[in-house]
Ligand binder design. Sequence first.
Ligand code: ADP
Length: 531
Amino acid sequence: MKKISFKAKITVWITLLITAVCAVSIAGTLLLSRGVAKKELQNSLIAAVEKNADEIEYKNGILEIENEFLFYSDGIYCDVYNENLEYINGRIPEGLIDTEEFSNEALKTHSNEQGMYYIYDICMNFQKYEYEIDVFSGQIIRYEADFSLSEVTECDYKITQFDGGISTEDAIDIALSHAGVSRENAKITSAQIPGYDNRQVFQIEFICNEPMLGSVWIRGTVAADAAESAFVAINQSLIYIIPVFILIAALGAYFLSKRTIRPVEDITRSAAKISSGNDLSKRIETDGGSNEISLLAQTFNDMLERLQSSFESEKRFTSDASHELRTPLAVIKAECEYALSQNADREDKEEALSSINEQTDKMTALVNALLSLARTEQGARRFHFESLNLSSTVRDICSEFVLSKGITLTAEISEGIFFDADASLIDLLLKNLLSNAVSYGKENGSIKVKLTENDGKIVLSVKDNGIGIKEDDLKRIWSRFYRAESSRNSGGFGLGLALVDRITSLHGGKAEANSVFGEGSEFIITFFKKI
Ligand code: ADP
């Protein structure tokens, strides 16, 4: 997998992810709907049997199956059996006669070569009676015995009696004795006289505790495969759909990854061009947007910018350093050649040697300055930072510093300022500032050194009333080998302030300079105390 391209990886991962999500959701939906369909089929079997139960009753003592009784509907078979479980009527699926025991209101499954079936039986006990009795003659006009699944509530009835006729109580007695049921074994659920056009009857309804007529069984049967076959069809079609689906997902993922990776590829191409052409001034094209890719390109360009400036500064530094070394070397070479020539007398030779000595000192000073700068450029790890009494360090350096040109130095130092610093670096920093103040100071001028601390901010200032610095030069004096026009003959190399700047940065501080040309300069070093 390591050598596979990022694009291919994204394609594979997205495809796998989409396929997995789809597989899980399809499987979940199938399982769920399979369960629902199974339950649905069982419920419709029970409902069909219960509905058919309403269509069977005893009318005037004879068992009647109404025309509304559905022996076969929507794949559900219904058969009727007597109390001895002998078949009366109905349609039985092939191979299912006398196969299962009868059990009231229980759902069973039965399997044979044809498949699996659900079977549901209801045993109908005819305990609900309805009689119509003539209010005058007490004659039974009609009676029915019905099967009831509903709850029984006994009713309060009003006793009525017609002139020359029978009372409600008489009618109830007639109905009960005809059904062969005692008063104790029956619950009267209705006793009333509904209005008829030509004759008036008592309508008596009661439920008896014990069934008095032969019970009847209804058996409902349905093939369980009815739910199953739909799934078999879906499953079969999935065999063809899923590979097509994976193909579509893979194509989609490929195009998606291609689109996503394209800007990265553009960046890679541009970077490769810059690298092969060795031209750090070139930049990666970016639309300037704020998306991740544009930000990457921008970051890359910023990095190139810094690399370019850093390379250029290194190049300048090397050429400046070699230039500074070449001049004294050329002088030494010339002096040597002159001293060795026939024409040179003793005095000339001594003069040449003294010049060589002077140039060697200059080169030593330059090499030392370069070494100091190189050391600071290697980072803070090379130095020993410790809590330094800055007040006494600055005071000692000021008092020991050798002044010239009649220049005077005054120091205004707040006591007890401590700071985590490297003593040798602070020494180098202050001595550089002081020697500049002397070098660029006027005859009989003055230097003021000030050290203060306020709110964790330590400020070291070195102020002179010397020649000052022009505004244009002020920004550039911190660069290595930079010297202002007016001070080219001072003998310095232009490395002192670069070193001061590096040392300040190493201590987490900042170095600034203010100056008025012709009046003097002030160098301000600010250190920040860690809280
Ligand atoms: P240099 O060795 O030339 O003194 P620095 O890096 O110390 O190098 O200073 C860079 C330049 O900044 C100097 O050449 C000079 O032009 C200017 N400069 C530095 N300090 C002062 C100062 N106190 N007064 C005037 N000019 C200064």
